[in-house]
Design a protein around this ligand. Structure first.
Ligand SMILES: Nc1ncnc2c1ncn2[C@@H]1O[C@H](COP(=O)(O)OP(=O)(O)O)[C@@H](O)[C@H]1O
Ligand SMILES: [Mg+2]
Length: 453
């Protein structure tokens, strides 16, 4: 008789315990065993076992997903505030390092500040991608061409010890995806592979089309049926143990030393894939290497040719009149200066109501550049809608540090609404403004009713 049963015999207090058992077929199960005393002239112990393996797994998944949701909300909120700050730091240090280019000492310092600010911007971008709150700008993107363009950068990043092979689908390979975020995702994966191959090895980037049927989707909870373009990053590195594999997608999970890993690479990749309407998988075995695959929604071909590769505009400015709306005074002053520096005439407003007032009094305004998230009841999207009722031909450029904001992003079918993500640099702002100002926006009148609010 077990000690536990002897105790039950003497005290009569029922016991309940969950423990692991190996079944005949070799599988491990969690059994909840309830034991209680059946009194009588010859007392007996009654034992009931329930297999709670599945229940435990579901509970664990739920706990995990609640935790991740909380972390997502937290990081998304913090990242938004950081983006406001970084926009000022990036812009300021850029101006400083241009102005100090002739001074070897101060110029170098300003350059270092700029570098650090860029790293901060990359980090916040990863946080937002993980929490699926970044503003994506999805377009039909030729993924093969994008991978080929990355080849050079990858070769420099990975070093000579690592061979790079591209195994690209021979057919058309377009996905509806944010091109610059896809580049970041592939770079994150390649850097992980480099870290996993300290003595060198081989990195393969593969693209291929795949149809996921209803049956496959049921088998894999993360997948939805549909037509996908797979982008796999394959390495011959150290691989992952089952324990690491189980947690690899978790944010802040890292096996690397302090300062080397942030644990945000894979969570960025999976958050980005999901926000794009796809998903990501990992296949890895210790000592045998790792395959991370992004499944991206496939499209027939480029619907909007060329739009995915904008930004060759440099810092060309203009002389149009821009109404800039931003509630953060520091950011407002900074951006107003940037705009004036590009040659534009600038009017500023701290909120939507004042912006509309200014718009009424100043018919010469060509474009409103507004933050989406603003206090005071009128956010950027509502301001845009109200402005279009006054002036249907008015151009609007929205900006935000995160995207809890009301905006028909993924559902913006014509891709007419233009966004500039914070933090942005002067060149990004300049190029985006020219793109919007030079575009022919005659379809806007019919767009405006789809703005919520
Ligand atoms: N290609 C890979 N090969 C082996 N292990 C990997 C690979 N990619 C990721 N990992 C493991 O997953 C962890 C999380 O990766 P990631 O989210 O990119 O964060 P970080 O690279 O900052 O540690 C890594 O610390 C590493 O243990
Ligand atoms: Mg990483």
């Amino acid at each position: 008789m077990e000690a536990q049963e002897r105790e039950l015999m003497t005290t009569g207090v029922p016991s309940r315990r969950v423990s692991g058992f190996r079944f005949h077929d070799g599988t491990m199960h969690q059994l909840e065993v309830l034991k209680f005393l059946v009194p009588g002239p010859a007392p007996a112990i009654c034992s009931m076992a329930t297999d709670v393996t599945h229940q435990r797994e579901v509970e664990e998944q739920l706990r995990q997903s609640q935790k991740m949701k909380a972390v997502g909300q937290l990081t998304g909120g913090i990242a938004h505030d950081f983006n406001n700050l970084l926009t000022v730091i990036l812009g300021g240090s850029e101006t400083l390092s241009e102005a100090l280019a002739g001074d070897p000492h101060l110029g170098r310092l300003a350059g270092m500040v700029l570098m650090a600010a860029k790293r901060g911007a990359d980090l916040t971008a990863n946080l937002l991608a993980y929490s699926r709150r970044q503003r994506l700008n999805p377009r039909a993107t030729d993924v093969n061409a994008l991978v080929r363009r990355l080849h050079d950068l990858l070769r420099r990043t990975l070093g000579e010890q690592i061979d790079i092979e591209l195994a690209l689908d021979a057919g058309p390979s377009f996905a509806h995806v944010d091109a610059s975020q896809l580049e970041v995702a592939i770079l994150n994966l390649a850097i992980n592979s480099r870290d996993a191959m300290p003595r060198g090895g081989k990195l393969t980037i593969r693209t291929a089309g795949v149809e996921i049927g209803a049956d496959d989707a049921r088998a894999d909870a993360g997948a939805k049926p549909g037509s996908y373009l797979m982008v796999s990053v394959v390495d011959t590195g150290i691989g992952m143990s089952p324990e690491i594999l189980a947690r690899a997608f978790d944010p802040f999970f890292t096996t690397k030393d302090v300062g080397k890993g942030t644990g945000l690479g894979l969570s960025m990749v999976s958050g980005f894939a999901k926000q794009s309407g796809g998903h990501a998988t990992i296949d890895s075995e210790e000592e045998r290497g790792t395959v991370v695959t992004l499944y991206l929604p496939r499209v027939a071909n480029a619907a909007v040719p060329g739009s995915a590769t904008a930004n060759s505009e440099g810092t060309r400015g203009g002389n149009e009149t821009i109404l800039m709306v931003e509630h953060d005074a520091m950011l407002r002053a900074h951006v107003a200066k940037l705009l004036a520096g590009l040659g534009y005439r600038v009017l500023v407003a701290p909120n939507g109501a004042e912006a509309l007032e200014i718009l009424r009094r100043n018919p010469e305004v060509d474009l409103i550049f507004t933050d989406i998230v603003m206090p005071g009841g009128m956010d950027g999207s509502r301001l845009a809608a109200a402005a279009w009722t006054l002036r249907p031909e008015l151009k609007v450029l929205l900006t935000t540090g995160h995207s809890n904001a009301a905006l028909p992003d993924q559902s913006d079918p014509a891709g007419k609404i233009e966004m500039l993500n914070m933090p942005y640099r002067k060149a990004d702002l300049a190029a985006k403004l020219r793109q919007v100002l030079d575009a022919n926006w005659c379809g806007f009148r019919s767009m405006s009713p789809t703005i919520p609010g």
